[in-house]
Design a protein around this ligand. Structure first.
Ligand code: FAD
Length: 416
């Protein structure tokens, strides 16, 4: 059995940031990664994906983008290269191809079983990702076997789909990007739109992320928001990492020929039913966006940022067809593929420590679980709004590294 102070499970941005912060504090640790560095960005994303966040916002503890295109958006190969350089920059102690199959408590320590070794660790940091397993609603089981079902982690490009029509379910960042890409091949595409967050690429001549960053919105903490549960359940932004595409919102997709419908509510073999809630969901999204624009305008008035005047706000008016149609026969409509872009869930079948709540989520506050020595990193809005973003995870990693370093110092003092 190998002994170590701290094990980090997962070698994505969270695991690497954690490793860097522990290295800075001289805490003995190893990162266990079942695949390669940044494996999910390599094997669970589609070919055309670019980061939604601009290059200048690709910042991790002790490392940041320094290339010639700060306002561009990284492709997946570029991003993987960035993470590889990050791991090399501080000689991250990472064991690749190492899958954790069991974590259990042994006294005050943790026994961690991998496909290679057994470890005994004082601390374990779970950094296996918020976007872990694609969520597919249970009603998908009632879909006709004629219809192919695919989740975003399996989707690479439209060539893997048949030439027939496609139903994309979910209109957050993933759903709108896949709907647009598949539609561009000429296939008929229907998009089921539930709650969503409309957001343009730029506002008043600056990237929307620039405003959110400058105004401190992304760094807002759990204490800054009125209802943390509501904030944590916000859908992801309808954005695309491309400066030529200003918007991939409901109106823009309708203009591209995507048929827009309301939230998918029922499935019975070939028949799929949709809520007639589109006017409500688009209006709610418009109100949030108008509110954000007002906040930005107020910020500009206060700080005298040099910028362009605002364009008139254009509310979303879904077509009458989109508002009335509530049921589709997939065979009659020529649809033979459904893409479930309905978010992610997390699974920890290897975690044999009693920290999961009724929903299977790790109970934690600011990444600290009720079990001393067990931590989690990279959860959505863990400490701040950007906790699960590349730009935000470093702050949380530094916070947890402090907790771990303190425990390590305490253990050392107790032993001497
Ligand atoms: C489609 C998409 C686009 C996104 N775009 C952006 C963006 O533009 N900008 C931004 O800042 N954020 C973006 N995000 C959010 C976030 O940055 C990513 O989800 C990111 O991958 C999270 O990094 P992570 O290290 O927390 O988790 P992950 O990248 O999921 O890394 C977890 C690692 O743990 C490993 N692992 C899992 N289980 C085990 C096990 N049992 N044993 C060993 N290893 C294991 C996995 O192989 C993986 O490498 C996006 C997310 C998605 C899904």
């Amino acid at each position: 059995m190998k002994h170590i102070d701290t094990l980090i499970i997962g070698g994505g941005q969270a695991g690497l940031a954690m490793s860097r912060c522990l290295s800075d504090r001289s805490v003995d640790h190893v990162v266990l990664e079942r695949g390669r560095v940044a494996e999910r960005w390599r094997s669970e994303r589609w070919d055309s994906l670019r980061l939604l966040t601009p290059n200048w916002q690709t910042r991790l503890p002790g490392f940041r983008y320094v290339g010639p295109d700060p306002d561009g958006y990284m492709s997946m190969p570029q991003l993987v290269g960035f993470f590889e350089r990050y791991a090399t920059s501080f000689a991250a102690p990472i064991e690749l191809g190492t899958t954790v199959g069991g974590v259990e408590q042994v006294g005050a320590r943790f026994r961690v079983q991998t496909n290679r070794d057994v470890w005994l660790a004082n601390n374990v940091v779970i950094a296996t990702g918020y976007s872990d397993v694609p969520y597919v609603p249970p009603l998908a089981r009632r879909l006709s076997p004629r219809v192919a079902q695919i989740v975003p982690t399996q989707y690479r490009n439209p060539r893997q789909l048949s030439a027939q029509g496609v139903l994309v379910v979910g209109a957050s960042a993933t759903g709108v990007q896949l709907a647009a890409e598949i539609r561009a091949t000429g296939r008929p595409v229907t998009l089921a739109v539930g709650r969503h967050m409309r957001l343009p690429r730029t506002y008043r001549s600056r990237d929307i992320m620039w405003w959110l960053d400058a105004m401190g919105v992304l760094r807002e903490s759990v204490a800054d928001v009125v209802n943390i549960r509501a904030s944590r359940s916000q859908p992801s932004l309808q954005l695309v990492g491309c400066s030529d595409v200003q918007s991939l919102d409901v109106a823009a997709l309708e203009r591209r020929g995507v048929q827009i419908l309301g939230r998918l509510v029922d499935v019975e073999h070939e028949r799929v039913s949709f809520d007639d809630d589109l006017i409500a969901t688009t209006a709610a999204s418009d109100i949030k966006l108008a509110d954000l624009f007002l906040r930005i305008d107020a910020f500009i008035a206060k700080t005298a940022v040099n910028t362009a005047p605002p364009a008139p706000f254009e509310p979303t008016w879904p077509s009458a067809r989109a508002l009335t149609k509530t049921s589709v026969d997939l065979r009659a409509a020529g649809i033979d593929t459904v893409v479930w872009a309905t978010g992610f869930s997390r699974r920890y079948p290897w975690l044999r420590v009693p920290v999961l709540d009724d929903h299977g989520e790790i109970r934690q506050r600011e990444g600290i679980t009720p079990v001393p020595g067990l931590f989690v990193l990279g959860m959505h809005f863990q400490r701040r709004r950007n906790s699960a973003f590349i730009d935000g995870v470093g702050d949380d990693a530094a916070f947890l590294a402090e907790q771990i370093a303190r425990r390590t110092r305490f253990d050392a003092a107790a032993a001497s």
